[in-house]
Design a protein around this ligand. Structure first.
Ligand SMILES: [Zn+2]
Length: 165
């Protein structure tokens, strides 16, 4: 007698052996990513990883825009004209690091416009100050003018002395 009952081959793997994420992708196909340990879902579909995913996306977004989320933010001062112009200069330099585009041209034009306004207001202030000084000079008596002139000449003399030494 010949043994006709050959042992059944068990090449087919049990479905639990190779696991893949149970979620569906955006186009309704099953996600084929391997699930996380102790979970039925991969990192991008595990409902318990939502906050981590958000953080990872944010980091990715920052990097894509050339930003380092861990870099310390430089201190910004805006208490005088020099500070404001400094900040505008930094902004213009940042713009120029980007490829030429309509948005870049617009941003640069805006920065230039703002800088022009700042410089104009500074110039006006200087002129008002100059006028105020002149008015003060006109209000001086002859004696006061003479003393002021002698004071200036004295200081100039000191300067010459220092320069000669
Ligand atoms: Zn998945």
């Amino acid at each position: 007698m010949t043994a006709r009952n050959a042992p059944e081959t068990t090449t087919e793997r049990a479905p639990t052996e190779v696991r893949s994420c149970l979620a569906l992708t955006a186009n309704d196909r099953p996600c084929r990513a391997p699930p996380l340990q102790g979970s039925d879902f991969c990192f991008w579909h595990d409902p318990n990883r939502a906050s981590e995913r958000t953080a990872a996306r944010k980091r990715g977004g920052y990097r894509a825009r050339g930003l380092d989320p861990e870099a310390p933010v430089p201190e910004v001062h805006l208490s005088n004209v020099i500070d404001v112009l400094d900040l505008l200069k930094t902004a213009a330099q940042d713009c120029l690091r980007h490829r030429p585009s309509l948005a870049r041209a617009r941003a640069l034009a805006h920065i230039a416009n703002t800088a022009a306004k700042v410089l104009e207001s500074q110039e006006l202030r200087d002129r008002v100050e100059d006028l105020e000084n002149r008015t003060a000079v006109q209000a001086m008596s002859d004696d006061e003018l003479l003393r002021a002139a002698q004071d200036i000449l004295g200081r100039l003399g000191e300067g010459d002395h220092e320069a000669a030494a």
